[in-house]
Design a protein around this ligand. Structure first.
Ligand SMILES: *C/C=C(C)/C=C/C=C(C)/C=C/C1=C(C)CCCC1(C)C
Length: 246
């Protein structure tokens, strides 16, 4: 028999499977929302809405595959997860840059974010899929990449751009960005540390990893997109030229 959409059964108590289902639908709905609202926001925010739509669309499609693979095997769909991240995380860096561009951030800021986050994902993948016996070592290396991103945003060009800007909206954007990088992105290492032999494996069951990753994806891909949307649509208040809905 060929693979149909529902090739395996979702049990009511399969909470991991449930979060894959909710995640897939939430991503698709968000993609539709961002792409349709694209036409309604003013010029300088259009690209941000488009990128939010692409991020959630790419994730939505991967969630369908992850969900099916998880239901069939009961295992964590590591490869599909990392392929999704490999595509969506650089797009998030573009999105961060677009937000900070209004405060004068340069393209180099974007490329450094992409480079640091690529290293973060590469080492995380090795720790999960290639060499899980040394998950702590690879987790530490991955965290160096994460710290690189934190540095760029908190102390590097992100901060410089925010300091130089008297644009209230751009500064609000910077504040939001820092919260997502510090709190939103920190959800993922918690999931990673539930792996056998890692720091939280005695506290959290390794099977909770996918639930934690799925929560992280919802917060960062949908949540961040919504916040950018909010900034884009409220920035018109008082000054039409600053953006907002036309
Ligand atoms: C949409 C997907 C996003 C925003 C994914 C972000 C992923 C991370 C911030 C992952 C970070 C990790 C560490 C900091 C150490 C352990 C390994 C990772 C890859 C889970």
């Amino acid at each position: 028999m060929t693979n149909t959409l529902l090739s395996a059964v979702l049990e009511g108590t399969d909470y991991i499977g449930v979060t894959f289902f909710i995640g897939s639908m939430a991503m698709v709905a968000s993609a539709l929302f961002f792409l349709m609202e694209y036409t309604r926001v003013s010029g300088k925010w259009k690209l941000s809405l488009l990128i939010s739509g692409l991020i959630t669309a790419i994730a939505g499609i991967h969630y369908f595959y992850m969900r099916d693979q998880y239901l069939e095997t009961g295992d964590s769909p590591i490869a599909i997860r990392y392929i999704d991240w490999l595509l969506t995380v650089p797009l998030m860096c573009v999105e961060f840059y677009l937000l900070m561009r209004h405060a004068g951030a340069k393209k180099g800021f974007m490329f450094r974010l992409i480079l640091w986050s690529f290293l973060m994902l590469l080492f995380g993948f090795i720790g999960e899929a290639v060499d899980p016996d040394n998950t702590v070592l690879w987790g530490v290396l991955s965290t160096v990449g994460y710290v690189g991103v934190l540095y760029e945003v908190l102390m590097g060009e992100g901060k410089k751009a925010a300091n130089n800007s008297d644009d209230e909206i751009a500064n609000l954007g910077y504040k939001i960005l820092t919260w997502f990088i510090i709190v939103g992105w920190a959800i993922y290492p918690i999931g990673y540390m539930t792996m056998d032999g890692n720091l939280l494996s005695s506290v959290l069951d390794p099977s909770s990893m996918d639930i934690i990753y799925n929560i992280g994806d919802a917060v960062n891909k949908i949540g961040f997109g919504l916040v950018v949307y909010y900034v884009a649509t409220t920035s018109s208040v008082g000054s039409k030229s600053k953006g907002g809905i036309e």
